[in-house]
Design a protein around this ligand. Structure first.
Ligand SMILES: Cc1cc2nc3c(=O)[nH]c(=O)nc-3n(C[C@H](O)[C@H](O)[C@H](O)COP(=O)(O)OP(=O)(O)OC[C@H]3O[C@@H](n4cnc5c(N)ncnc54)[C@H](O)[C@@H]3O)c2cc1C
Length: 504
């Protein structure tokens, strides 16, 4: 590049950091502006005394995408991070039985046969069909959708018959196993997108396949270490990653973004800007009223959003005989899902997930102690729930349910550190629009061309990276969004690059 192109990235979440490290490696002058005093966003660490927790992501899938984006930034992920595939991947705790999903399919089938005689054959059909779907779909997720015409790409047209249009994830899975509980064991992953398996498009049956095919990985020290490593790599190529740098607004010059204005005063000029802050929050807060049409605050009110989560992080002075990840299904799972996604109220009987990573990773809690993370999917802030009144009682109900289901004694005397994040906290402390932790929903009407474009269609030099743009929420797809955006900016400026993203 004759003159260095200045790229400003708003937000040091996984999406922004991916773009930043790749562009910095390609010679761009990159400035990352992060409002918090640590990198990572929803993927940052929470540290309380001797205990370390991940704020959000705890399951890393498709580690190969992480390997690739590090390579494209000139780095070796395994030199920065100690990653381990978990076996079993997690425990699924149903009211009457437990399953221990593993990539060892012979073991998985034997366990299924022991509980559901004659039903394990569904595993082979599921793996074969979903593998075909995934292989056809992956390049479609890796390409950008800048125009309506891109919907006519031969790749996408070829995959259309494989999309199971008109079917839900649950229906797809029920088809393989002929049993509701088994269908649930392979379809609860819709919650990764913050959606109900009874609403989520059938093609996302491939989420469970991705787990079985590529594993569920832990990173020593927590998944937040990935964000720290990305910032290290970006800085090693000269990127300026500024913490405590809150962007108050974007200064426009016509339809171009001229600069990011900082809350403390001053501004950072840019040739191109990448918005990694939560898409809907950013569009509702960073631009002058009347700037946007398709994605205006009014238009966003008509869009569908994911659920939220109620989080409890506990540092305890005792250990537990529990696996790394356990997912607890409510007695009436369907009713709980409808409470979250349709009725918008708090269930008495709720599903939840407990992450007990200190059992395999001694860096997260001192010997004889545990770091426990509890995630409860709940309705986002569109529901009329009085969180001020509910925060304490709901926390108590969740802890009581966990104790009852595991036969644990009173936990209160053992709690040495505690933090709760309720849906309003996601909005107020993390800038997450309506507390919808997994962004815009992933219904067909909000995907591909119909999702906010990586090269943001409403402004001339603005790009997006993160869960609110294409391909969607979840770490691998977010890394992919960051890479697509880096590649689009490189191409715009005629900078040659090598990429593993074969769709570009
Ligand atoms: C509870 C929870 C559990 C999850 N579990 C998983 C999981 O197990 N596996 C998985 O793959 N995915 C998971 N996800 C989904 C997803 O991977 C993460 O949410 C991910 O961190 C989103 O990345 P992002 O880059 O889109 O945004 P964020 O992580 O939200 O990053 C955006 C950044 O922008 C910053 N920012 C916002 N406003 C401004 C401003 N005005 N100025 C400057 N900076 C600003 C924020 O501080 C933040 O650092 C989970 C999410 C949550 C919330």
């Amino acid at each position: 590049m004759a003159t260095k192109r200045r790229v400003v990235v708003v937000g040091a979440g996984p999406g922004g950091l991916t773009t930043a490290m790749i562009l910095a490696r390609r010679g761009f002058e990159v400035t990352v502006l992060e409002r918090k005093d640590t990198v990572g966003g929803r993927n940052a660490a929470i540290r309380m005394g001797p205990y370390t927790f991940d704020t959000g992501p705890t399951f890393l899938m498709m580690k190969n995408i992480l390997d690739e984006v590090f390579q494209e930034a000139g780095a070796d992920v395994d030199a920065h991070l100690q990653c381990t595939a978990l076996d079993p991947m997690y425990r699924l705790q149903f009211p009457g039985f437990a399953l221990h999903p593993t990539q060892d399919l012979a073991r998985l089938k034997a366990e299924i046969e022991g509980i559901f005689p004659g039903k394990s054959g569904g595993v082979d059909a599921f793996m074969a069909n979903e593998s075909r779907r995934f292989k056809a779909m992956l390049p479609c997720l890796q390409m950008p959708y800048p125009s309506l015409l891109s919907l006519l790409s031969p790749r996408l047209l070829a995959v259309l018959p494989k999309l199971s249009l008109g079917k839900t994830v649950f229906e797809n899975l029920r088809g393989y196993f002929g049993n509701d509980d088994l269908a649930l064991a392979f379809s609860f992953q819709s919650k990764y997108l913050g959606m109900s398996a009874w609403d989520c498009p059938g093609l996302f049956a491939m989420l469970a396949y991705i787990e079985y095919a590529t594993g569920v990985w832990h990173v020593r020290g927590g998944l937040s270490e990935i964000s720290e490593a990305m910032a290290t790599v970006a800085r090693s190529h000269g990127a300026d990653v500024r913490l405590g740098a809150e962007v108050e607004s974007l200064r426009l010059d016509g339809r171009r973004v001229a600069a990011a204005r900082l809350a403390g005063g001053g501004e950072v000029p840019c040739d191109d800007i990448v918005v990694n802050a939560d898409f809907a929050w950013a569009m509702s807060n960073l631009l002058p009223p009347g700037t946007l049409r398709r994605w205006s605050p009014e238009a966003l009110r008509r869009k569908r959003f994911s659920c939220s989560t109620f989080m409890i992080y506990l540092g305890l002075d005792r250990t537990f005989d529990l696996p790394h990840h356990t997912i607890y299904f409510a007695e009436n799972y369907r009713r709980n899902v409808d409470d979250i996604f349709h009725r918008g109220h708090l269930s008495d009987d709720t599903s939840f997930y407990v992450r007990h990573a200190s059992v395999t990773d001694p860096t997260l809690a001192p010997p004889g102690h545990s770091a426990v993370y509890i995630l409860v999917p709940v309705a986002n802030l569109r529901a009329d729930i009085d969180w001020e009144a509910q925060r304490g009682p709901f926390r108590q109900r969740v802890l009581d349910t966990w104790r009852r289901r595991e036969g644990l004694p009173d936990l209160e005397p053992h709690i040495r550190a505690e933090k709760v994040i309720a849906p309003p906290d996601w909005e107020n402390d993390y800038n997450v629009h309506i507390g919808a932790t997994f962004n815009l929903a992933h219904n067909i009407g909000q995907m591909l061309y119909l999702r906010p474009h990586n090269r943001f269609e409403e402004l001339a030099n603005c790009y997006l990276a993160g869960g609110g743009t294409h391909p969607g929420s979840g770490l691998p797809t977010i890394y992919e969004s960051g890479r697509i955006t880096a590649n689009l900016i490189s191409r715009k400026h005629g900078v040659a690059f090598e990429t593993h993203n074969l769709a570009m």
